[in-house]
Design a protein around this ligand. Structure first.
Ligand SMILES: CC(C)(COP(=O)(O)OP(=O)(O)OC[C@H]1O[C@@H](n2cnc3c(N)ncnc32)[C@H](O)[C@@H]1OP(=O)(O)O)[C@@H](O)C(=O)NCCC(=O)NCCS
Length: 158
């Protein structure tokens, strides 16, 4: 088991966060679909848990690069939000989020939404603070990291 603080490196599995909930009437519009903003709040909250687990520091959302709503999420659906670290810089952490919507009557599950967010760890004064490196074990983890590194390098261009 990894030590909770002061390690040089952590795996993506250490910080993986999964949130499961159901869509209630207050979360939906007049057509019975979930509000996009409600889903974004769930995504932000789940991703912030991943960032906190990796950094063991306070973290802030620095940017939400994109949110793709692919399929409507309906009243009563079971929603599962999974947040996984893809890239770590000095103080920034890029997190990919996948949202699955499951029809509770049929059990059918669809990929409803995906998002990419960057969090920054901060110290007591609110300044960016260094975080552990990300352990890269599999080819998939190395590919995700490299894609994240390229996005981070181009994010501030222009
Ligand atoms: C995010 C924040 C801490 C960055 O502070 P800063 O002094 O501008 O940071 P720097 O320019 O020194 O960059 C620090 C790191 O943040 C990253 N970063 C800064 N702005 C970013 C952005 N908009 N998107 C993604 N990454 C960003 C940098 O790439 C750098 O990463 P690295 O350390 O891994 O190389 C600061 O802008 C902040 O506090 N913003 C408000 C956050 C907030 O309140 N969020 C809630 C949303 S309402």
């Amino acid at each position: 088991m990894e030590a909770p603080v002061d390690v040089a490196e952590r795996s993506a599995s250490h910080s993986l966060a999964v949130h499961t909930t159901t869509v209630l009437p207050a979360d939906t519009n007049a057509y019975g679909n979930i509000f996009g903003g409600h889903l974004v709040a769930l995504i932000d909250k789940t991703a912030s848990i991943t960032a906190s687990r990796h950094a063991h520091r306070n973290v802030v959302t620095a940017s939400i690069d994109r949110v793709d709503f692919r399929s409507p999420v309906r009243l009563g659906d079971i929603v599962t939000v999974t947040a996984r670290l893809s890239y770590v810089g000095r103080s920034s952490m890029e997190i990919g989020v996948e949202v699955m919507a499951e029809n509770r009557l049929t059990g059918q599950s669809v990929g409803a939404c995906s998002a990419l967010l960057t969090f920054v760890a901060i110290d007591e004064a609110g300044r960016p603070a260094a975080v552990p490196r990300l352990t890269l074990t599999t080819d998939d983890e190395r590919a995700r990291f490299e894609a994240g590194r390229l996005r981070a390098a181009t994010r501030h261009e222009g």
